[in-house]
Design a binder for this molecule. Structure first.
Ligand code: NAD
Length: 254
């Protein structure tokens, strides 16, 4: 199953898993997009279900119905994520909480329920971020939540190892998706980002999906947070907030 699978990186993971013979259950807050994606996946046995990771009852219901399905539940991928831009001195706590609710507490609920239902020997894979280790001006909520998710991954890996359940995360650098298209549209953001990527470009959803497939199969890897970012973790993150402010002052907000 892929939660947050209806868009961007998650949708590409669903395509790649289906291409490799998995029956995929796409969970997402956006059920219309999840259902539309099912129609384009290769193979059979796929399904879509609505789930809001910020709502514990919704996550419990999703996994209860998943466990009623035929077949073995052996791979859980959590891609649900949101972000918000605002300096620490200005960001309303409600916005901070909302990002943490989805990206950290939501991830905890997904890992918790996935662990209760997944077959022994299965794989749980979360989407962390370059921002789990690389701070970015104006992104306190997202950076904090993703840093927490990277540590949650390692704690869960310790706890689930006895069942052979592998718990890993992928930490992508900037990938063009609906989540990032706004920021990438702000003049200066993409160029400053690329200047700080040794391999000289943003990533693609397919490059992240390849790694998910690898981790789904990798029998002796657990507690790993895999950086996939063209080497960006060795350099610095662009000042998205400053570019955004300049763009607003110039009268051309993205
Ligand atoms: N795109 C990037 O550059 C990038 C970089 C690093 C990490 N990530 C992470 O990868 C993951 C996927 O990002 P993306 O760029 O594909 O974003 P996206 O916006 O294209 O997709 C995110 C999906 O999550 C779903 N979602 C959001 N809130 C949800 C909730 N409460 N419950 C259930 N579903 C919910 C959305 O409906 C959407 O389908 C996120 O966790 C993101 O933080 C993305």
């Amino acid at each position: 199953m892929v939660i947050g699978g209806a868009s961007g990186i998650g949708a590409e993971i669903c395509r790649e898993m289906a291409d490799n013979g998995y029956a995929v259950v796409v969970g997402d807050r956006n059920i219309d997009a999840a259902q539309a994606l099912i129609g384009e996946l290769a193979g059979t046995g796929h399904a879509a279900a609505q789930v809001d990771v910020a709502d514990e009852a919704s996550v419990a219901t999703f996994f209860d119905s998943l466990s009623q399905r035929p077949g073995r539940f052996d791979v859980a991928v959590n891609c649900a994520g949101i972000t918000v831009l605002g300096l620490v001195t200005e960001l309303p706590v409600a916005k901070f909480r909302r990002v943490v609710d989805v990206c950290l507490t939501g991830a905890f609920l997904v890992v918790q329920h996935a662990a209760r239902h997944i077959a022994d020997g299965g794989a749980i894979i979360s989407l962390s971020s370059l921002n789990a280790r690389q701070p970015a001006v104006g992104m306190s909520a997202y950076c904090s939540a993703k840093a927490g998710l990277s540590m949650l991954t390692q704690v869960a890996a310790l706890e689930l190892g006895a069942r052979g359940v592998r718990v890993n995360a992928i930490a992508p650098g900037l990938v063009r998706t609906p989540l990032t298209s706004g920021a990438l549209g702000v003049p200066g953001v993409e160029s400053e980002y690329v200047e700080n990527v040794p391999l000289g470009r943003p990533g693609t959803p397919g490059e992240i999906a390849d790694a998910v497939l690898y981790l789904a199969r990798a029998q002796w890897i657990t507690g790993e947070v895999l950086d996939i970012n063209g080497g960006a973790h060795m350099m610095r993150y662009p000042n998205v907030h400053a570019h955004f402010e300049r763009s607003v002052q110039a009268g051309s907000p993205a």
